[in-house]
Design a protein around this ligand. Sequence first.
Ligand code: ADP
Length: 626
Amino acid sequence: MKKRQFKTESKRVLDLMINSIYTNREIFLRELISNASDAIDKLYYISLTDKTVKVNKEDLKIRIDFDKDKREITISDNGCGMTEEELENNLGIIAESGSLHFKEENKDQNDVNVIGQFGVGFYSAFMVSRKVRVETKSYKEDKAFVWESEGIDGYTITNSDRKETGTSITLYLKEDTDDDNYSDFLTEYKLRSIIKKYSDYIRYPIIMEVENSRKKEDSDEYETYKELTTINSMIPLWKKDKKEIKNDEYNNFYNDQFFDYSEPLKVLHFNMEGSINYTALLYIPSHAPYNFYTKEYEKGLKLYTNGVLIMDKCSDLLPDYFSFVRGVIDTEDLPLNISRETLQDDKNLKAIAKSIESKIKKELLALLKDDREKYEEFYKAFGMQLKFGIYNDYGMHKDQLIDLVMFASSENKKLTTLEEYKSRMKEGQGEIYYACGETLDKIDLLPQVAAVKDKFEILYLTEYVDEFTLKTLGEYDGKKFVNVSSEKIDLSSEEEKKEIEKVNTDNKELLTFMKEVLDNAVVNVKFTNKLKDHPVCLTSEGDVSVEMEKVINAMPTDEKITAKTVLEINKNHKIYDKLVDLYSNDKDELKKYTKIIYYEARLIEGLPIDNPTEMSNLMCDIMANK
Ligand code: ADP
C-alpha cells in the first residue's frame, strides 16, 4: 500500500499540532463536531434541491463513542461524507489561505496565535492522537474509503465496505506522560463537559452512551445501565434569551465559529421584528484577522433560514466598509430552498442588509460616545477599512462614515473625530488644516507645520489612504480641508503679504536663475515669510500633493504622477542675504547653493534624491572652501 505525502505546508501545520504546547487541547472535539455538523448541513441543504438525495431530518445526528481500554474516541456523523478525491483534497492539504499565512509569518512560532488564527480544524486531532482513522462514504457514490495517518510520515487511503453515508473519525489517543494526561478524555464526564462547553448549540443531536442507574424491579437495589443520550441542548445561541446567556457562551461561540481565539471587542445580539424579521448575533473582532487587508479575506455573515444553514459567508449582508463584522443572521423571511444565485437579488435580503448596516453604524457611534478607549482599539484595527469606505465608489458612502473616522491631532497627538476638531476651531479659522508624513514625529518637525501649528490645530495624517480620504470628503460641515504643504496656504497679514510680494518682485532675476539651475524640477522658486526658523520647504501647487505623489508612484502600476512643487525659501533666514550676495558676485557658487537647498527641501519631505553623490560632492566643496 502506497503511502501518500502531505503537502509541504500541511506537514508544517501537522508538526505544529503534534508537538503543540497549546494548553487548550480539548478543542479538538469541538473542531471535529463542528466539521460533522457542517457535513450534515451540507447533505441536508443538498437534499432540499436535489430530489435524488433523500434525507430524513430526524435521523441526522452526531455520535461520540469511546473505549477506555483501547484508548479510542470515535466521532461519527451521517452527513455528506467524502469521495476519494475529496479525502485527498480536504485532509491532505491544509486550506490555501491558512498555508499562505503560515508560510509568510509564522516560521518558528508554536503558540496559540498560530493555532487560533487559521482554523486548522481537522488537524487538531493530532494534538491528542498518535493515529487518526477516517472512514467515510460520500452521498455521491457507493464506494467507501478509509484514510489513515500517524502524522508527518503521510497517510494511506484504502477501500472500505462501509454502507452508510457519512463519516466516522477514530482517534487513537497518545500515551500519557509525566506532563501530559490524555486519559482524561476517555471518561464520560470529561467528554460530556467538553461537548456542553463548546458544542451545546450544535443543531443536531450529539449522542453518547451514558451510564445511568435505576431501581431494580421488585427490589430496593439499584442497577446501572447504559443509554444513548443527547448531550447538547441544540438551541442555537442566537435563539436563546439574551438574559440567560453568559459572556463566556458568546465568546466560545465566536471562537468556535470564526477562528479567532481572542475575545471579541463587542457583541451585538438583537431581534428585528416588523416589516422584516430576523435575529442577529454579530461580533466586532478586537483585532484584524491576519489576511484582513488582503484580497484573500472574505466578508460575510452566516445565513440561516428557519434553522437551516443557507450560506456560510453571505457577502451581500455586509457593505465592504463593515466587512470586519462576523456573525449569524437567522430569518424566516427567505424561502428555505432559495438558490445561492437568486439570493443576491432577493428583496428581503436587501432589506435585512440595510437594517444590519444601520444597526452596526449606530452601535459604533454609541461605542465612540460611551467607551472611547474601546472605540480607539476598534479604530486601530479597522479604521483603515472605514477610510477606504469613504474614498471607494467615488465617495458614494462618505456621509455614512464621516462621523466614524478619526485622525491624529497636533494638539495632543491623540485621535480626534472631525466633529471634535470642528468644535475646537478658533474664531476666524475658515479651514481644517492637515499635514502628511510617515510618523507623527516626522510631521511635527516639518517646516510648514511649524508655521501653522502655533495658530491652528492640524490633523496629522500618517496612513497612505488618509489624504485621499480627506480629498474625497472635500469638507466637513462647510469647512474645507487644506494641506499645510499647499503653496496657497498663507496665514500672514495683508501687510506681511505685500512686503513679501515686493521681496519676490525685487529678486525676480535671482529666482528665475535658481529655477533654471534646477532645470525646472520645480514650477516656482520664491521667498516666503511663513517659515519661522526653518530655511526652506517644498510645497505643492494644484491638486496633487507631494504625499500623493509618493503614494501613487509606490503603487505597482505604470501610472506615475509628479506633484507641481514650489521651492520656498525663508526670507528671514540668513541664507537669504547669502543668496542675494552670490547672485551679484559669484554665480557659479550660487548654482551649488541652489542645488543643495533643493536637495534639502526634498529630504525634509521624505522624497528621494536623484543624485546623492552630487549632493555630497557639492557640500564638501562648499565646506572645503569655507
Ligand atoms: P475546515 O473545516 O475549516 O474547512 P478542516 O481541516 O477541519 O477545515 O476540514 C477540511 C475539510 O475536510 C472540510 O472543509 C470538509 O470539506 C472536510 N471534512 C472534514 N470533516 C468532515 C466530515 N466529518 N464529513 C465530511 N467532510 C469533512
